[in-house]
Every structure is written in C-alpha cells, then in structure tokens.
Design a protein around this ligand. Structure first.
Ligand code: ATP
Length: 239
C-alpha cells in the first residue's frame, strides 16, 4: 500500500493541509495518510506553539470525515526522541534539544508497516525550500519518496535547487527545465520527488492566528469543528 505522512505544527490544522493531503491521495493512490503533529517542531523555535494536546485534538476533528486520514501520535510528548549526538550531551549544530525529527518519525512509522508498503513524505514547497538544513536530510530522502505540493508564493521550479548539495543535480541538468511548468517526477540518485502542482490554497496557520486576534471569521480557513474547538477553548486570543 502507498502510505502518506504529513508532519507539521498544525497550529491550527487548516484547509491548506487538507487540500494537500486530498490531492496527494488522489494522484498517488495513497491508502492512508498519517497526520503527525510535532510536539517540539525543530523549525518553529521562534514562537511558543500551542500545547500539543490542543493541536492533536484539532487534527482529530479535521480528519474525522475521511477514512484514509489518520491522526498520529508518532511525535507525541514522551515518544522517545533520538539522543542528541553532540559532544557532552549537547545538541550538535543542526539539532534542537528534544525536537521531533522527521527521519526518526519515518523510521518509526516503517516499523509498523509491511515490507511492500511505500512511504511518501508530504510537504509544501515553503517547507521544502529549507529541506537541505533538516537533520539528516540525505538519510530522509533514502527512507521515503517525497511529494512536494505547490503553495501560493512559492515556486515548484525551485525544488532541485533546494536539495541537499550531495543530491542536487548539476545546474547544467536542472537549468534547461527551469522555465518549463514544474510538473512530474524528479528521480535522482538518492532521492525521488513527485511534484503536486495543483494545490492552490492561500491559507496559513499564521494568517488564521492573526484573524482570530482581529476577530475575523475563520470558516474559509478551517473546518467547522475546528473553529468550534478554537472558540470553546479560547485559543489564539492573544499573540
Ligand atoms: P505557520 O503559518 O504557523 O508557519 P503553516 O500554515 O505553514 O504554519 P504547518 O503546520 O507548519 O502549517 O505546515 C505543515 C505542512 O503543511 C508543511 O509541509 C507545509 O508546507 C504544508 N502546508 C501548510 N499550509 C499549506 C498550504 N496552504 N498549501 C500547501 N502546503 C501547505
């Protein structure tokens, strides 16, 4: 079976996440997509994230109507994170203490799957543009195939350039294709990347949090049940 994994902060989960998952499910015949909220997202250290249990609850509510969408506790608090590898127990340069790294999550997911199952890592182009700086990025590409979705404000034509140096194709190979519509698959030694070019959701969790502070309606960004939960719990009322 083809299995998708969509990791994120989900603070809160919104239509952009769901549109990405639905489009990937259709195009790549994914039998299941695991939605994995990170307890400690390594790339969002600049602001305090909402407690894990609220973010997980909203993921449960938003995925309830879709049989193939599975809320996952693979990055829940208390799930063992890889011990930091830096000297004297301090994190190495690319590590955040206690953070959830995708390489560990994918490996943990694969332990519960059959050998013939194929894992696809779902990601938006904004996050993919930083992939070269992720912890053990090259190893992550070896563990699973990637599905990179378009996101307003970002170009899928930049996919090849965003790759870690060891995997990145030479400019002479990627340049002639730069002006063509970015579509199809990129099969390289060490990475297989599928482009998902029709996800066109101009929504972000940041914009939602701002809309709540400004007392603007949320319905076009999030599911009704998620909106209800945000209101009941009084989430995001202050920055
Ligand atoms: P924030 O605004 O707080 O940075 P976000 O809206 O980007 O959050 P995340 O939970 O960080 O949401 O995103 C999880 C994954 O979903 C990432 O791979 C991200 O690229 C992708 N994603 C989020 N929103 C969209 C969108 N509108 N279109 C396509 N992909 C998206």
């Amino acid at each position: 079976m083809n299995i998708g994994l969509l990791g994120g902060t989900f603070d809160p989960i919104h239509h952009g996440h769901l549109a990405l998952a639905r489009a990937a499910k259709e195009r790549f015949d994914l039998g299941r997509i695991h939605f994995v909220p990170a307890n400690v997202p390594p790339h969002k250290q600049s602001r305090a994230v909402t407690p894990y249990f609220h973010r997980y609850a909203m993921v449960v509510l938003a995925t309830m109507g879709e049989k193939a969408f599975v809320p996952s506790v693979l990055e829940a608090p208390g799930v063992v994170t890889t011990p930091v590898s830096g000297a004297k127990g301090r994190p190495a340069k690319d590590e955040v203490s206690g953070a959830n790294y995708s390489i560990d999550t994918v490996k943990r997911l694969k332990q519960s799957l059959k050998k013939i199952d194929l894992v696809f890592f779902l990601i938006g182009m904004d996050a993919f543009s930083e992939i070269a700086h992720w912890h053990q990025a090259e190893a992550l590409f070896r563990e699973c195939e990637f599905i990179v979705a378009s996101r307003p404000g970002y170009s899928l034509a930049d996919v090849a350039n965003a790759l870690p140096e060891k995997i990145r194709p030479p400019q002479s190979v990627s340049q002639p294709f730069a002006k063509q519509p970015a579509t199809g698959d990129l099969v390289l030694r060490g990475a297989t990347i599928h482009l998902l070019e029709n996800v066109n959701q101009a929504v972000s969790a940041t914009a939602i949090r701002e809309a709540i502070v400004a007392k603007k309606p949320l319905r076009r960004f999030v599911d009704a049940a998620v909106e209800e939960y945000i209101k009941k719990e009084g989430l995001y009322l202050s920055r």
